[in-house]
Design a protein around this ligand. Sequence first.
Ligand code: Z5A
Length: 212
Amino acid sequence: KILNKEGRGALIVLEGLDRSGKTSQSTRLLSYLEGLGHSVELWRFPDRTTSVGKMISSYLSNESQLDDRTIHLLFSANRWEKKSLMEEKLKCGVSLIVDRYSYSGVAFSSAKGLDFEWCKAPEVGLPAPDLLIYLDILPEKAAERGGYGGERYEQLEFQKKVAAYYRVLHDASWKIVDAQLPIEEIEKRVQMAVLDSIMACQKGKTLSRLWS
Ligand code: Z5A
């Protein structure tokens, strides 16, 4: 495996609105990197397999009710409970493709009306992505893709607010990709950005922390 010999793995995060194509692109990226011989894993948040994740899953499918701040902190705890493993994998040379991360946490909870800085606070200190790929799509276009299901947040007006908070979070380091392009075209752009990032990590780029 390439990375085990040459340095740490890269933390690659994919963010975007519902139906922006994160899952499709994460899966394609995994196959691509594996095909090149890289050590790589695909993760997603929320991780619904943990006990915290099960509470989140039940909330998202409207099977349980939780106060807005409580669910926000659970989403954050779901990342913190994976932090040590995440760091260990990266250190051992495994690159991680992560489908949603702290940015979703802040954008979704802020869109509900919680204070933006309050939402960021519990995320401070988590590993920061080496590369954040934002799949950029108009909320109206995303809604046309297969229709929204029954989960919370899958409503057009709410998604517009989420998009606005992603714009507040955005900084120059993000790789913005037009998510309305054909899947294969997006895939190529994602691949190029990811290979650059993996190379930088192999050459000794240090892992930084959110939001400090
Ligand atoms: N949430 C939160 O509040 N706080 C947090 O901290 C975190 C999350 C981490 C979890 O949803 C919910 O939790 C989410 C945010 C909130 N809320 N919502 N709503 P999830 O992660 O389980 O599900 P999702 O992220 O919403 O996934 P998704 O709906 O499946 O969307 P996607 O992964 O971005 O898209 P996709 O499955 O790859 O593609 C959707 C469809 O579009 C599919 O039919 C594809 O074939 C099609 N597609 C994809 N790409 C294209 C292109 N380029 N052209 C045309 N069609 C395409």
